[in-house]
Design a protein around this ligand. Structure first.
Ligand SMILES: [Zn+2]
Length: 237
């Protein structure tokens, strides 16, 4: 993923050899300054590489799994050699946030909201997604098909309500208030509920499931049974 050229395929020759000058700087999800040469085929060739000082993700299994989600989504929405406004910046910011955040799930949820916003899929959080009436300060069901939360009149009785606390955190995220978000106390149930809304919304707009998301959720559920993601509404295998 490059700033000026979008997604670019490149090979680093001899990178596994111990004397390779490229190897030490090229790690998964690393932030690098890169000089590419035109290759003979589709792929460019890495001529020089230097790590940009700052975050490191490699070596931490849980962070790597969240980084895989960031990378997979960026990969999915970008075309080869066509930069998409804001995607590079969002990826760099999200990976940096992921490395500094003590709870990787928080950084990942922030990334999902930002990505939804960037792609034009941000959920409606203030008004009913069907009738546009302002939402009451109360739990409300979420519908990815409708594109947001539903008021009492539009909701079906069978739809589970999302807690008001979750809706409030989502509003704060949508406002882009990262400083306040970092200070919020998010218990596992609230975290799971946030992830439920954001993931349901994202997957509704993607034609294929994200492999990294399936893996992340199975990992989260096996790590902390109490932190299980709350399904809001939508497809589940
Ligand atoms: Zn309504």
């Amino acid at each position: 993923m490059t700033r000026e050229h979008g997604k670019v395929g490149a090979i680093a020759k001899g990178v596994r050899r111990p004397e390779s000058k490229l190897g030490p700087s090229l790690e998964l999800y690393g932030h690098v300054d890169l000089l590419l040469a035109k290759g003979r085929g589709e792929l460019d060739v890495v001529a020089q590489v230097q790590r940009v000082p700052g975050y490191r993700i490699e070596g931490d299994v849980e962070r790597m799994a969240h980084a895989a989600l960031i990378a997979e989504l960026a990969e999915r929405v970008c075309e080869d050699r066509h930069p998409l406004d804001g995607v590079y910046e969002l990826v760099v910011l999200s990976l940096a946030e992921l490395s500094r955040e003590t709870e990787p799930r928080r950084a990942s949820a922030w990334f999902l909201m930002s990505a939804l916003d960037l792609l034009g899929y941000a959920p409606q959080l203030m008004n009913c997604a069907m009738c546009e009436r302002p939402l009451a300060a109360a739990p409300a069901p979420f519908s990815a098909e409708a594109g947001g939360f539903l008021c009492e009149k539009c909701a079906l009785p069978s739809m589970p309500a999302v807690p008001l606390a979750t809706i409030k955190v989502l509003r704060l995220m949508a406002a882009g208030d990262l400083a306040t978000y970092r200070r919020l106390k998010l218990d596992p149930a609230l975290m799971g509920s946030l992830e439920g809304v954001l993931q349901t919304q994202l997957e509704h707009h993607l034609d294929r499931r994200l492999k990294s998301l399936t893996f992340l959720n199975s990992m989260t559920n096996s790590l902390s049974p109490s932190g299980e993601r709350v399904r809001v509404r939508g497809k589940e295998e």
